[in-house]
Write a protein that binds this ligand. Structure first.
Ligand code: B12
Ligand code: SF4
Ligand code: SF4
Length: 422
């Protein structure tokens, strides 16, 4: 996830003949039909302002003033009045009158992260397994950001044909808005105690996409919202290995494994390293234990299909990937975001947590090469540390490399001193 990017290119182009005509208001049923036709699983349209915006703002304020956002500075961005920009849609989009929230399920029948697995396997979060299957039978990595944005463009184009000139912005993840709070207002589910949006039928293995629109909604009709259905359940809070869920619907993201393995650059707090277990990219634990994901229908989406090789990947296989192989395998995939060195950092920690002493030689070799690389006269293109596809003039981020080296040292120490298997 999820740095903010200004997205202007989606402004719909008017039909010349319609620009002067009065704009018909949006029909929620038509918008939902367009979203389903574009490939989404569900959708809901909300007139602005969102009635529950104050609750969401208070929660975000508490989140950022507590420092729970860590290095994700974009979450704490404020305007000249010191208001949090993403807390209310009228701040970044003063012209907006409605927002369409679309949901795409990526639920699959593959095992859960807590199901029994071999000690030498890691875990990559389910959302990052996706591939696009083309009609000719070929398959290549896909990233939900791009897949869903294409679907949003389809909706924008269809609306431009029926509604003429209007402003709109489409976002998947990267916009200055709280997608889960907006999706709740759009009737797409409730915010679970694990902080995820849970749809009563489709569960929480879902992506969200938002289309902010300058058009009003017919009769200003707001969708019915779905009340909380977590009840007395606390499975997600109990299962979170790092205690990142500090209270129902409250996360300290700096403790969340998804944040640590994907967003956080540099060394990972040694006090949390053991709790990361075998997660090498993201974390599914608080969703895997959720009863609302047990009966959710399996998604059949050719653009978000499952890459079998990423389910329970072997740590040896991940260790065998050099920079070129990393690029080949993850170009077009969300995994690329974390970068080669951060993935290796996570891998080293997973090796340390595996208890398998056979990883000691690989870890020692990595440390040796890192030490050689730090010598002033060392070759800057040491194969294991300098990515082959990057020229020496573009040094790898020191923070990422430091994170990797520290993780290797931690893993060596853990395997030498902790309980281990051969
Ligand atoms: C930053 C971020 C993260 C951070 C922080 C997550 C967090 N819980 O805050 C990290 C890196 C940890 C993360 C992890 C994951 N993320 Co993320 N993330 C985001 C991002 C970019 C912003 C979220 C944010 O603003 N967080 C700050 C907190 C304070 O806000 P919030 O979580 O949205 O919660 C608000 C509401 O829930 C509301 N609220 C809470 N209770 C109630 C009750 C009521 C009545 C109301 C009205 C509101 C309300 O208050 C909160 C603040 O306003 C969003 C995309 C977006 N633009 O919204 C994706 C997003 C939330 N992530 C997503 C995904 C898929 C994930 C992971 C599953 C990936 C993975 N497997 O590793 C995990 C899930 C971990 C978890 N339990 O949340 C999806 C979630 C889809 C869903 N069904 O919920 C989103 C929407 C991206 C997308 N476009 O699909 N993520
Ligand atoms: S994603 Fe993992 S670490 Fe983060 S809150 Fe859920 S269980 Fe905890
Ligand atoms: S595990 Fe239980 S408490 Fe947590 S989100 Fe699911 S239903 Fe709610």
């Amino acid at each position: 996830m999820h740095e903010e990017t200004p997205v202007d290119f989606q402004t719909a182009q008017p039909h010349a003949a319609q620009t002067e005509a009065a704009q018909p208001a949006l029909d929620p049923a038509q918008l939902r039909a367009l979203a389903l036709e574009a490939g989404f699983t569900e959708a809901g349209l909300v007139p602005l302002p969102i009635p529950s915006a104050e609750i969401a703002e208070d929660r975000l304020e508490h989140f950022v003033t507590s420092g729970f956002h860590g290095q994700m500075d974009y979450l704490a961005r404020r305007n000249d009045q010191q208001q949090l920009v993403r807390a209310s849609l009228d701040r970044p989009f003063p012209w907006a009158q409605s927002v369409l929230l679309c949901l795409a399920s990526y639920h699959s029948d593959a095992p859960h992260s807590l199901a029994p697995s071999s000690a030498d396997s890691g875990w990559i979060a389910r959302y990052a397994w996706t591939a696009r299957r083309d009609p000719d039978g070929s398959s290549r990595p896909s990233d939900y950001h791009k897949v869903l944005l294409r679907r949003m463009k389809h909706i924008q184009a269809a609306l431009a044909r029926t509604h003429g000139d209007f402003e709109s912005r489409a976002y998947v993840d990267t916009g200055p808005l709280l997608e889960r709070a907006a999706a709740h207002a759009a009737g797409l589910g409730w915010v679970g105690k694990n902080t995820c949006l849970i749809h009563p039928k489709h569960g929480s293995y879902t992506f969200l996409a938002a289309l902010v629109l300058s058009l009003p909604v017919q009769d200003n009709a707001a969708p019915l919202t779905i009340p909380d259905r977590c009840g007395s359940c606390t499975r997600c809070l109990d299962a979170c290995p790092t205690h990142a869920l500090i209270a129902p619907r409250q996360m300290d993201a700096t403790r969340c494994i998804a944040y640590l393995t994907i967003e956080h650059r540099g060394p990972i707090d040694p006090d949390l390293s053991a709790d990361l277990g075998r997660q090498v990219f993201g974390c599914d634990i608080c969703q895997d234990v959720c009863p609302w994901n047990r009966k959710a229908p399996i998604a059949h989406d050719d653009q978000l299909a499952q890459r079998g090789e990423l389910v329970n990947p072997s740590l040896d296989w991940l260790a065998s990937l050099d920079q070129a192989a990393f690029e080949r395998l993850f170009n077009g995939s969300p995994i690329r975001r974390t970068g080669f060195w951060s993935l290796r950092r996570n891998l080293a920690l997973a090796m340390g947590n595996s208890g398998l002493r056979r990883y000691l030689p690989w870890l020692r070799e990595q440390l040796l090469q890192a030490q050689l690389d730090h010598q002033p006269d060392a070759q800057s293109d040491t194969p294991a540390l300098q990515p082959t596809s990057k020229p020496a003039s573009q040094p790898v981020s020191n923070a990422r490399k430091d994170g990797f080296i520290q993780a290797v040292q931690w893993a060596l120490n853990r395997l030498r001193t902790g309980e281990s298997r051969d």
